[in-house]
Design a protein around this ligand. Structure first.
Ligand SMILES: Nc1ncnc2c1ncn2[C@@H]1O[C@H](COP(=O)(O)OP(=O)(O)O)[C@@H](O)[C@H]1O
Ligand SMILES: [Mg+2]
Length: 237
C-alpha cells in the first residue's frame, strides 16, 4: 500500500523533554489506524509530531514519500493533514457555519457535504460555537477538519467525555468516512475495543515507544494480550 504518512524511528518531545523514543508508524490511503495506549504514553505527542508541533530530535516524518520534517504546521494542514485535537479548538464567537467557512479549502468536501454527514450541524448552523453541546462541538471540530479537504484525518480521542448515544452517532459518521475510502485516518482512542473494531491496523504506545503494532483484528481476538498492553480497565472499556 502507498503510505500517506510514514514515521520512521522518531525521537521527539517538548524542548529538552524527550517523550517519543524511536517511534515508527504509518498510515495509507483509505486505511484507518488505531493509536492506543494508557494515559500519558505519548499518543497526543505523536499526533502533534505529525502536525509539526513538537521538537523532533531524530528520525523522519514523510508525507507521500517526501520528508516533511521542516514543514511548519500550517503548511502540513494546507497540504493535506487534518487535525481534530483533543481540545476541539472551535471558535466560540463564530457561528457553526462561519467556523466551517473559515476552514474551507478547495476539494470535494463542501458545506453541503458536511451538513449531509452531520445534519445536526445544519440545524445549528446559525448558533455560536459556545452555544453547542459537547457532541455538537465534536461534530463541528470534525466538520472543520474535513472541509479543509485533508488526505489524512488525525482524530485525537474524538469520543472522549460524550454520552453513549452521542458516541454512537459519531461512530456512524466515522464508519461512513472510512467506507468512502478517500482518507487515511488515525484514531487515538481510550476505548481499545471500539478503536480496534473501527480500524484495520493498530499501534500501541508505552512510555514513548511502540509496544505492539499489527492487525486490529488480531489484537481484538486476544483480549489477554490487549489487557497486558494497555491495562485491564482500558481493554474492557
Ligand atoms: N506541552 C508539553 N510540554 C511538556 N510535556 C508535555 C507537553 N504535553 C504533554 N507532555 C507530556 O508528554 C507525555 C505524553 O503526553 P501525551 O502525548 O499527551 O500522552 P497521551 O496523549 O498518550 O495521554 C506526558 O508525560 C505529558 O505530561
Ligand atoms: Mg492525549
Amino acid at each position: 500500500m502507498n503510505d500517506l504518512l510514514t514515521v520512521d524511528d522518531v525521537f521527539a518531545g517538548y524542548g529538552d523533554i524527550a517523550i517519543l523514543e524511536g517511534v515508527s508508524f504509518r498510515v495509507g490511503q483509505g486505511e484507518a489506524v488505531a493509536l492506543l495506549g494508557r494515559n500519558g504514553v505519548g499518543k497526543s505527542t505523536l499526533i502533534s509530531t505529525l502536525m509539526g508541533l513538537t521538537d523532533v530530535r531524530s528520525g523522519t516524518v514523510r508525507y507521500r514519500g517526501e520528508d516533511i520534517g521542516k514543514w511548519p504546521s500550517h503548511v502540513r494542514a494546507r497540504r493535506g493533514l487534518g487535525l481534530v485535537s483533543q481540545e476541539r479548538e472551535i471558535f466560540p464567537s463564530l457561528s457553526v457555519e462561519e467556523n466551517l467557512v473559515v476552514a474551507t479549502r478547495a476539494g470535494s468536501w463542501t458545506l453541503e457535504r458536511i451538513y449531509d454527514l452531520f445534519p445536526r450541524l445544519y440545524e445549528r448552523r446559525r448558533n455560536m460555537g459556545n452555544q453547542l453541546s459537547g457532541g455538537e462541538q465534536q461534530m463541528l471540530a470534525i466538520g472543520r477538519a474535513l472541509i479543509g479537504n485533508p488526505a489524512v484525518l488525525l482524530l485525537d480521542e474524538p469520543f472522549e467525555g460524550l454520552a453513549p448515544i452521542i458516541v454512537d452517532g459519531l461512530v456512524d459518521a466515522f464508519r461512513r468516512l472510512h467506507q468512502e475510502g478517500e482518507l487515511g485516518i488515525v484514531l487515538v482512542e481510550q476505548h481499545a475495543a471500539l478503536a480496534l473494531e473501527l480500524t484495520e491496523r493498530a499501534t500501541v504506545l508505552d512510555r514513548g515507544r511502540v509496544s505492539w503494532s499489527g492487525d486490529s483484528r488480531d489484537l481484538l481476538a486476544h483480549p489477554e494480550q490487549l489487557s497486558a498492553l494497555i491495562g485491564l480497565a482500558e481493554a474492557a472499556a
